[in-house]
Ligand binder design. Structure first.
Ligand code: NAP
Length: 296
């Protein structure tokens, strides 16, 4: 039995889709665990087992994970420093108690050296998993999604200016659906390996190169203004962002500047056997949405 936590999130839904369609796992071999089961009524009608699981309520987790042999733990979206780690550790402990044999975890690219403000939550979860009683584990160190471009680009395109503290650092971001494919591949595998995969797209770009590609795809001018990390933080504060959030977002640019997000697709190919989607193709498919305020 294959269990996916966070099954109502964007990534979780896409993983289940790949399990069913790409890896031909029968629906009745899949357990979709989520905080709100009403969001997964469509999967239940397909024969997927839908269960309630909230990492903030550890008491119910062991029952939620019972019967699963391989479990994909999708990292949560908590913003408070340290909260993800607390949630993840509860889920890992419950998976152990439920007798899960192999755990797959979605971490962050180059977690151990990353300047991203919450990288430590991932590193500590990785260590906790490695020291656990599982027969095997697969750590998926996911690079940023192409879809993250939706958060900053609509406003940048409106003003024609993007502020960046990434300097000439490069990022090899990747389609979220490709990361879902990779997670489904790791989950549906019959290997009890102890492995870490750094999952990135096929090409690393500087912020200037990304801006030029976005500009070409949307037909709108976009120039990059390079600022130091602290300058970026102050700019976000002046627009009313809480300091914790501003420092978190600025840490993303810092990580790019320091080179921890520029790995490319060798591990993705190894895990999935296919090429990742190209950024240019993703931009072409999403050009209209990039120009509009979006919720992705
Ligand atoms: N690599 C990247 O660029 C990137 C970008 C954004 C996020 N992420 C990380 O990758 C994860 C999946 O991305 P996504 O696009 O699917 O994000 P999303 O659509 O925002 O989904 C948030 C996820 O967090 C889960 N979650 C939140 N609180 C939880 C709790 N108390 N207990 C259990 N699960 C909880 C949700 O599960 P349910 O709603 O099903 O309960 C859902 O799977 C995110 O949560 C975040 O850790 C990565």
């Amino acid at each position: 039995m294959y269990l996916v936590t966070g099954a109502a999130g964007h990534l979780g839904k896409a993983v289940i889709n790949h399990l069913l369609t790409t890896y031909k796992v029968p629906a009745n071999k899949i357990i979709a665990a989520t905080r709100d089961v009403s969001k997964l009524a469509d999967l239940a009608t397909k024969g997927v087992h839908v269960r309630s699981a909230d990492f903030d309520h550890q008491a119910n987790l062991v029952k939620a994970f019972e019967g699963a042999t391989r479990l994909l733990l999708i990292s949560t979206d908590a913003m408070e420093p340290g909260k993800r780690e607390t949630q993840h550790l509860k889920a890992v402990s419950a998976a152990e108690m439920a007798g899960v044999s192999h755990i797959v975890y979605t971490s962050i690219i180059n977690a151990s050296t990353s300047a991203v403000s919450f990288a430590a939550d991932h590193v500590n979860t990785e260590k906790f998993i490695a020291n656990g009683k599982f027969k095997g584990h697969t750590i998926l160190r996911n690079n940023w999604y192409f879809e993250n471009v939706f958060f900053s680009m609509p406003n940048a395109l409106k003003s024609g200016t993007q502020y960046s503290a990434a300097g000439q650092g490069k990022i090899a971001h990747i389609a979220r659906d490709d990361l879902a494919r990779a997670a489904a591949a790791a989950l549906a595998s019959d290997k009890n390996e102890k492995a870490t995969y750094e999952l990135s797209g096929g090409h690393a770009y500087t912020t200037d190169e990304i801006a030029a590609l976005v500009s070409k795809a949307t037909g709108k001018p976009l120039s990059v203004v390079h600022v130091p990390v602290e300058g970026l933080v102050q700019g976000m504060l002046s627009h009313g962002l809480p300091e914790g959030m501003a420092r978190m977002f600025a840490s993303f640019d810092d990580a790019i500047a320091k080179g921890s997000m520029s790995a490319t697709a060798a591990d993705f190919r190894k895990l999935t056997g296919v090429e990742p989607m190209k950024f240019e193709d993703w931009l072409e498919a999403n050009a209209a949405a990039l120009s509009a305020p979006a919720a992705h």
